[in-house]
Ligand binder design. Sequence first.
Ligand code: T46
Length: 154
Amino acid sequence: MQLSGDQEPVLESRGFGMEKMTQPYLIEFRDILDHRGALTPIEAEKDVPFAIRRIYYIYDVSHGAVRAGHSHKELQQVLIALSGSFNVHLDDGYARQTFMLNRPNIGLYVPQMTWRDIDNFSGGAVCLSLASQHYEESDYYRDYESFIRAVGRR
Ligand code: T46
């Protein structure tokens, strides 16, 4: 896994309380290996710091496509590259960080009020999202200026 800056996987799974996290983190999930291959279990409120209310996944991404381009007001999520790789650019209104995800046992925790763009999808990439909320369009900032106003930069 390559990251911009000096980010490392900082939390091993099972290290969480249920307090709301405010910073992005890479989470290294357990991988259970035997001669048949690998298995990674993820349990809500144990391996990720929230109750999972929804999962969805993004796949068959068109060459050069950029996904996301928005922030959530309340939703927290964990993104995982189940297959292939992609870059996740996160912006809290003050600073930007880029994470390259390319392992199915590594998750990226994305806190609420974080603008995200996802690009550079490899062929065959599958992005799994574990989300803390049901789908609710009113939870989105889809306009960057509105997001910046909401975080208090303007
Ligand atoms: C995020 C990135 C990683 C639904 O009906 N239910 C859903 O649960 C979702 C996520 C989307 N939709 C509908 C809403 C749109 O009509 O599917 C369509 C595409 O959604 P959107 O343009 O938001 O997709 P992405 O890939 O740009 O963003 C999604 C998530 O919305 C977002 O939370 O972080 O994936």
